[in-house]
Structures are given as structure tokens and as C-alpha cells.
Design a protein around this ligand. Structure first.
Ligand SMILES: [Zn+2]
Length: 475
């Protein structure tokens, strides 16, 4: 089996072959921290998390870099309106972002470079482009000369021949939409000493453009050529197109081998976006009682990552139920593995079904991360497993094998074990009481020990003293 992934650049599903054997360098465009992330942004990070987990499950050693854009047009505008400094303004949004990742069980990147920490490499990159004639100065700003890079438009399959480039003017904004207006874009924006965000450079005071930031940080961390670059579909143009142009013009080398672009999340038929005012945050969903793991499960399995997903809160309730079924099956198999005997005479039918499900699960993920299909095989196993266990047809080996399949699947899903563990975890108060009781028993203070046992029972923890030590369970 080989892992095949859709590549935006070639427009086809391609076998993922690392540039360096056994290793993958992966750059993921991170948040621009002027607001909280909405669940549409989070869907992108979840798809990237799935991709990384699957690469790791295939035995590859992934180095993931995710930038934090902490200086751009919007941040500067909002920070000045709030009368605060950049760092002071962005700090709470950075914190909220990391909290969301943790709640969604997204594996942390290996490093989160911040744009403001990479001004040096950014200035160097601008200088290289100036020296090689791919950039020019005008009114204190530096622009990329699109006419100097004939490959411009390759990623989004733009036909630049009919477009007026260069001559039609320049663009200073970090974000622009229409492909018809391909224009020389800004690498370094003129500023003044003392501005909220301005650094001294050989081309005068100013600040980097957003596109340039990602190129500089990616190449600084992963080298001039690396395996995978990821970002939401709306990053394709102009952001990634510009990243390719300025990086390849500077180095003369292929910037990135594969481009990965997960699709949008829709709400009431439209794209979820800050600019549309229709965005939903993870915190808001949690305040309404939703489990973040159900959010993870829905955003990952609700649709293939290359398809749009229509968000509805009712889907979250369904996702929570599905998750509960998976967690119960997990616990049932763990219990059955401990309690049941071996099935006499011949292979355990649940072991056979589990091995087959594991195979199908991997096959589906190897086929461009088809998680909706992969999860289907797990639910089939769940139905078959419950049926066999109900009828007493499965034994210890079958249960163990089903648990292995679930565990293996969960290295990508990242939800079942966490959900199954929820009930088994003690709160800090419960743990403290249990510890006090154990101490009391060691001290042979049985009055205190009994009192603590009653207290624990009062909050729903039944304690049992066995020859193997103290056990507890919820009642
Ligand atoms: Zn980026």
C-alpha cells in the first residue's frame, strides 16, 4: 500500500514520496491573530492534523511548522483602534488558538514561528529578490515583479497570458480576491519610524507583506525545498501563488513538492468567514453544551476534506451519539478481553472481522485520506462486534483484536480513547479524597478511612478494598 494524496499543483492524486527518505517537512499556514478562530478555520487545522497523523502512522517522521501571523493589515488596524501594542493586542488570540487546538486534540506543531520574530530572514529574502531583478522599489515599498516569473499562476491553473500583469499596476493589500487583477504584489510596505509596526531595513522603514512572511519562515525552518505545504482553499490565491513566485524566484529551486488544501465549512449555504459575520467559535459551541470531541469528529468525518461541509448544530448531536457508541464498544471490548474465555475450535469471528476492518480502514485513508469511508468500516465492525458478543460467539482474542483495530484507527481519529476515558478519570477533589483514604488505611486509622469511604460514595465513587489494593468505580 502506498499513500496517495491530491496535489493542488498537479491537479491529480499523487503518491507521497518524501524528498528525504523517511522524513516529511510540512508547513501549515497558521492563524492571523486578530480574532478568535472560527470552526471553519479549525476544520482546516483538523484536516492537517489528520494528514500528519496518517503520515506518522505510515512510519514517516514529520516535522510540522505552523506560523502565527502576528503582523498584517488587519492586526495593525485593530490594534491601533484598540490603542494597544501589537503583542499586547494579539496575546489573547494566540492563547485562545492554542486552547482550541488542545480541546480538539490536534497534535501540536513542532514549532510555531511568529512573523515578528523573523523580520531578519524576511529582509534578506526581499534583498535577494531585489538583487536578482525580481523585485523593484517604489515610494519606499518593494514589489514583486510578476512579469519576471513566467510560472506565475501554476498552482491555481491561472492563464496569465490574457491577464495584464505588472503594467496594470500594483497592489499593497495583504488580501485580494479577483484573479483577473493579477498585479505586482507588495513584499515590503513603506512605513515610518515609530509606527505601530515598523522595522528598519536597507529599503527604509517598513514592514513585511503577509505572503512574504510565510515564505521566509517556511524556508528558514524547512529549507528551500520541502515536501508539503498546507492551508485552507482560500489561501491558494493569491497567498500560495505569491509564496511560490517569491520563493522560487529567489532560490531557483522548487519550493514545495505537494500542496494540500482542505475545503470550506459552509453555514446556512454560505462560506463561514469572519468577513461574513456568520462565524461560530469552538468556545461558543462549548458554552451551548457541545463536546469538543464531537466537534472534532464531525469536522473530520462529516465530509471528505476536499468537499465542502455544511455545518448544522443538529449534526453535532448526531456526532456525539456516534462517538458515544464508539466509546462504549471500546469499553465493551476491553471488558470482554479481560472476562471472556477463548472461543473453542477455530478462529474467533470477531478477530477475523477486526483484521479485515483494520485493512479497509488503512486502504481508505491511503486513498487521499478518505476518512468518511474509513469510519464506515469501523462502524461495520462495531455492529458485527456487538452482534457476536451479544450471541456469545466472540471470545478473548476477538475482543483483543477489535480493541487493537480501534486503537490503531484512533491514532488518526483522536476521539475514541479520550471519550472512553472521560468517565474513568477522577477529578482532582476525588483523587485527593481517595489518596487521603489510602493514607488513613496505611495509618490503620479505620474511623477516618470509613468516613472518607462514605464521603466518596456521597459524590458517586464506590470504593472497594481487595487483596490487590483499593479499586473504585462510579455509581
Ligand atoms: Zn501562509
Amino acid at each position: 500500500m502506498t499513500f496517495r494524496l491530491f496535489d493542488t499543483l498537479s491537479g491529480a492524486v499523487e503518491v507521497v514520496e518524501p524528498l528525504n527518505p523517511g522524513r516529511i517537512g510540512m508547513y501549515t499556514c497558521g492563524p492571523t491573530v486578530h480574532d478568535q478562530a472560527h470552526i471553519g478555520n479549525l476544520r482546516t487545522y483538523l484536516a492537517e492534523d489528520l494528514l500528519r497523523r496518517h503520515l506518522e502512522a505510515r512510519g514517516l517522521q514529520v516535522t510540522q511548522i505552523m506560523n502565527i501571523t502576528d503582523v498584517d493589515d488587519k492586526i495593525i488596524a485593530k490594534a491601533s483602534a484598540a490603542g494597544s501594542g501589537l503583542a499586547e493586542f494579539t496575546a489573547p488570540f494566540v492563547e485562545a488558538f492554542f486552547r482550541d487546538l488542545e480541546r480538539l486534540n490536534i497534535q501540536p506543531a513542532h514549532f510555531y514561528p511568529r512573523a515578528t520574530g523573523y523580520i531578519g530572514p524576511m529582509i534578506e529574502l526581499v534583498q535577494r529578490l531585489l538583487d536578482s531583478g525580481h523585485a523593484y522599489q517604489s515610494d519606499g515599498s518593494v514589489y514583486f515583479r510578476i512579469s519576471s516569473f513566467p510560472d506565475y499562476g501554476r498552482l491555481t491553473h491561472l492563464d496569465t497570458a490574457g491577464l495584464k500583469t505588472g503594467a496594470s499596476g500594483r497592489i499593497d493589500s495583504d488580501e485580494y480576491e479577483a484573479k483577473e487583477t493579477v498585479r505586482d504584489f507588495v513584499l515590503w510596505k513603506a512605513g515610518r519610524r515609530g509606527d505601530l509596526a515598523a522595522w528598519d531595513s536597507p529599503f527604509g522603514w517598513g514592514r513585511p507583506g503577509w505572503h512574504l512572511e510565510c515564505s521566509a519562515m517556511a524556508m528558514d525552518q524547512l529549507g528551500e525545498s520541502f515536501d508539503l505545504h498546507c492551508g485552507g482553499v482560500d489561501n491558494k490565491f493569491p497567498h500560495h501563488e505569491n509564496e511560490i513566485a517569491q520563493s522560487e524566484a529567489a532560490t531557483g529551486r522548487t519550493f514545495v513538492k505537494h500542496w494540500f488544501h482542505p475545503e470550506h465549512l459552509l453555514i446556512a449555504g454560505g462560506k463561514m468567514a469572519k468577513s461574513q459575520g456568520n462565524f461560530v467559535t469552538l468556545s461558543a459551541l462549548m458554552e451551548r453544551g457541545h463536546d469538543p470531541l464531537a466537534v472534532r469528529f464531525l469536522l473530520l468525518t462529516g465530509a471528505h476534506y476536499r468537499h465542502k461541509l455544511q455545518f448544522k448544530e443538529s449534526l453535532l448531536e448526531e456526532a456525539a451519539k456516534d462517538l458515544e457508541r464508539l466509546a462504549s464498544f471500546w469499553k465493551r471490548c476491553a471488558q470482554a478481553e479481560a472476562d471472556l474465555p477463548t472461543v473453542p475450535g477455530g478462529p474467533d469471528p470477531l478477530a477475523v472481522a477486526s483484521a479485515r476492518a483494520a485493512e479497509l480502514f488503512e486502504e481508505a485513508l491511503d486513498d487521499d485520506l478518505n476518512l468518511p469511508d474509513a469510519i464506515g468500516t469501523i462502524f461495520e465492525l462495531l455492529r458485527e462486534g456487538n452482534r457476536l458478543l451479544d450471541k456469545g460467539l466472540a471470545g478473548r482474542e476477538g475482543a483483543a483484536s477489535a480493541l487493537t483495530t480501534l486503537r490503531q484507527a484512533d491514532t488518526r481519529l483522536g476521539v475514541i480513547e479520550r471519550r472512553a476515558a472521560v468517565e474513568e478519570v477522577l477529578t482532582s477533589i476525588e483523587a485527593a479524597l481517595l489518596k487521603q483514604r489510602e493514607q488513613a488505611r496505611r495509618d490503620r486509622d479505620y474511623a477516618a478511612s470509613d468516613r472518607l469511604r462514605d464521603e466518596l460514595l456521597g459524590i458517586g465513587i464506590q470504593v472497594e478494598d481487595t487483596k490487590d489494593g483499593t479499586r473504585w468505580h462510579r455509581v
